[in-house]
Write a protein that binds this ligand. Structure first.
Ligand code: DHK
Length: 146
């Protein structure tokens, strides 16, 4: 069993810290990565932390890591609401998947209420800000039997 926890971040999350702090908080993606690494190490995970603004790159990463990681924490960002292709790739992923949203997507515009990814995720965390990533790490650890 792999010790690697994959953490994927979708478009515009590279701008966390300056992007709409009311919705997304003031932590940068680097801050979140640091918190994830600390939490993950307590479960014995090594972390592979990535961000992309490109749908195809995210899909390639999902395909390439299939069967090679212990689990996935994924904030698909705007692609949550649009990407059948990402959901299809995740459907073939054979490890626990926890979907994370910093904001509570259900309190926001109606177009954010539906996520294609939720149908193929093991679980979903939304609205708890950066802390949601740490909770997602704990959830993957539990689901992976650690
Ligand atoms: C991040 C985004 O970029 C939005 O497009 C989603 C999600 C919500 C978040 O809350 O982390 O609608």
């Amino acid at each position: 069993m792999s010790d690697v926890l994959l953490v994927l971040n979708g478009p515009n999350l590279n701008l966390l810290g300056e992007r709409d702090p009311e919705q997304y908080g003031r932590d940068t993606l680097a801050d979140i990565e640091g918190a994830v690494r600390t939490r993950a190490s307590s479960h014995g995970f090594e972390v592979d932390f990535r961000q992309s603004n490109y749908e195809g790159e995210l899909i390639s990463w999902i395909q390439e890591t299939r069967g090679k990681v212990a689990g996935l924490v994924f904030n698909p960002a705007g692609y949550s609401h649009t990407s059948v292709a990402i959901a299809d790739a995740l459907d073939l992923f054979d490890a626990p998947i926890v979907e994370v949203h910093l904001s509570n997507i259900h309190k926001r515009e109606p177009f954010r209420h539906h996520s294609y990814v939720s149908a193929v995720a093991s679980g979903v965390i939304a609205g708890l800000g950066a802390h949601g990533y740490e909770l997602a790490v704990d959830a993957v650890a539990r689901l992976a039997g650690r």
